[in-house]
Design a protein around this ligand. Structure first.
Ligand code: SAM
Length: 159
């Protein structure tokens, strides 16, 4: 499979999962966290799907399209591994993490801290959606509501 095909498949799975869980998230109390603003496409999508919900967004720096930049009070700049720690215990409804790199060695390092961080930020019953696997005893993997292969994007529920 070409990298282009793989990318499209990943983005299709990402959108399918977000579309499926946003109505559930809308019924739940709690903040939404976007780990990795990037171009701002998924932030823009979440903002459309969850009108009125506070979405707090993280990245090292702002590189997003002008239409997709969060307000200053909802933007946290710096290394997520450090900056998101202060939101542990906040009982979030959704954490979406799109910080995979496509490099196995780098993503393996992320896997040593990201699952624990996300489990700490979510309320029980809250959702984690991620481009990288989240192996953690408090994050129960759910079947992804997509026809794309199962390893493209990951959905978990905080138990
Ligand atoms: N979902 C975004 C979109 O739809 O446009 C794309 C996100 S992009 C793939 C990943 C982003 O995560 C990059 O902007 C990168 O700077 C950021 N990122 C990755 N690891 C990070 C870390 N440890 N701390 C802060 N930002 C990080």
């Amino acid at each position: 499979m070409s990298r282009l095909d793989n990318f499209i498949s990943r983005m299709t799975a990402q959108r399918d999962i977000l579309n499926q869980i946003c109505p559930e998230v809308a019924k739940m109390e709690g903040l939404v966290f976007e780990l990795g603003l990037g171009n701002g496409r998924t932030f823009h999508h979440l903002r459309e799907r969850l009108p009125g919900r506070r979405i707090v967004v993280f990245d090292r720096e702002v590189g997003a399209h002008a239409s997709s930049i969060p307000d200053a009070e909802n933007l946290v700049l710096g290394d997520i591994r450090e900056t998101a720690r202060r939101f542990i215990g906040i009982d979030a409804a959704l954490v979406h993490a799109d910080i995979g790199t496509g490099y196995e060695d780098r993503d393996a390092v992320t896997a040593t801290w990201l699952p624990d961080l996300i489990a700490g930020m979510l309320r029980v019953g809250g959702f984690a959606v991620s481009g990288t696997p989240l192996d953690h005893p408090q994050l129960q993997r759910l079947p992804a509501p997509t026809s794309e292969p199962a390893d493209r994007y990951f959905l978990c529920k905080r138990v």
